[in-house]
Design a binder for this molecule. Structure first.
Ligand code: ZN
Length: 345
């Protein structure tokens, strides 16, 4: 992440000050005023629905954990010339079949495919669900291309996720950041703790981004206007893949099998303990504590699963998604990138 982008984010977060009620009110008015234009965009979404309708929702969950269906379902990439030829692409949601963010906002666009050793995703970073303005920043489509390793390997050492910017992307095509905000108004505070994320734990900065992942928002059943109103996931059912880190490792929901035969499903939890007020400097407010409990994740918020593959789990507490990269992050597209200052400390 370059300094210009950091400066821009800082500026945006300055204008996003939660204390600035006037800005929020003005933003809400703008959205209401523009509602008349909404119907045009909706027609375009309907066209894509035809392509999507033969996608069997029941099989999507399975695809996320099944390496063997490379050939059986290529609907996940529905409206361009890419070919879904790997389980990662199959895990992407058919966001064109969802209502989209509403108002006069653009519809979400998402496609992905594997090529050689790479999993390549193209997205306009628009959420598939109703946009609820929590910052003055408008919801804007920003084209991004994320290229990650299709067969990631654990690196010799962990590396920091960006302090600001994209650390990975969801199966719904939105980028996810780390568990902190910019310099202002609350320096590097936890945006979930500070209550400035929506029902799916996202908001707008220079585009829309998630700071935590909610399973109900990121499954085929969640392709509705307000997925956060759905029932919580069944804790006795293995969570699907909710996203991918820029190092290529998958991020699952919190519930996973304890062994290869899946004799029990448990909720995997963060090993970070809160030691100070996370409303500012969220990393300084938490300490990772090693645990022998197999349900406690490592400092990157992941573990080697029963099948021997490393992956992350989204957790309900800090750091929510990633604590660091266990693999080697590749660069993202605009709004992305694996560089920048680290946050792991
Ligand atoms: Zn796991």
């Amino acid at each position: 992440m370059n300094r210009t982008l950091i400066a821009l984010l800082g500026l945006l977060m300055l204008t996003a000050c939660p204390d600035d009620d006037d800005d929020f009110a003005a933003n809400d008015d703008d959205v209401a005023d523009d509602d008349d234009a909404a119907t045009d965009d909706d027609d375009a979404a309907t066209d894509d629905d035809d392509v999507a309708s033969d996608d069997d929702d029941a099989t999507d969950d399975d695809d996320a954990t099944d390496d063997d269906d490379a050939t059986d379902d290529d609907d996940a990439t529905d409206d361009d010339d890419t070919t879904s030829d790997c389980w990662q692409a199959d895990a992407l949601l058919d966001v064109a079949s969802a209502p989209g963010p509403g108002g006069d906002n653009p519809d979400p666009e998402l496609s992905g495919a594997c090529s050689g050793d790479e999993f390549i995703v193209e997205s306009n970073q628009i959420p598939h669900y109703t946009f609820v303005p929590l910052t003055p920043n408008a919801l804007e489509a920003v084209d991004a291309t994320w290229t990650v390793d299709r067969t990631p390997e654990v690196a010799a050492e962990t590396s920091d996720i960006p302090l600001l910017g994209t650390a990975g992307f969801t199966v719904g095509g939105t980028p996810f950041f780390g568990p902190n905000e910019a310099e202002t108004p609350d320096p590097y505070g936890d945006p979930v703790y500070n209550g400035i994320t929506d029902g799916c734990n996202g908001h707008t900065a220079f585009a829309y981004d998630n700071h935590a992942l909610k399973q109900v928002c990121l499954t085929p059943a969640g392709l509705v206007a307000e997925p956060w109103t759905l029932d919580d996931p069944d804790p006795d059912v293995e969570s699907p893949v909710l996203g991918f880190a820029l190092d290529g490792f998958a991020v699952y929901g919190p519930y996973g099998c304890v062994d290869e035969g899946c004799s029990e499903i448990v909720e995997y939890v963060s090993g970070y303990v809160q030691i100070a007020d996370p409303s500012t400097y969220a990393w300084d407010a938490h300490e990772y504590q090693d645990s022998k409990d197999p349900e406690v994740l490592d400092e990157c918020n992941g573990h080697v699963g029963p099948n021997g593959d490393y992956h992350y789990h989204a957790t309900s507490t800090f750091p929510y998604i990633l604590g660091c990269y266990r693999g080697t992050a590749q660069g993202g597209g605009p709004g992305g990138g694996g560089g920048g200052p680290g946050g792991g400390g």
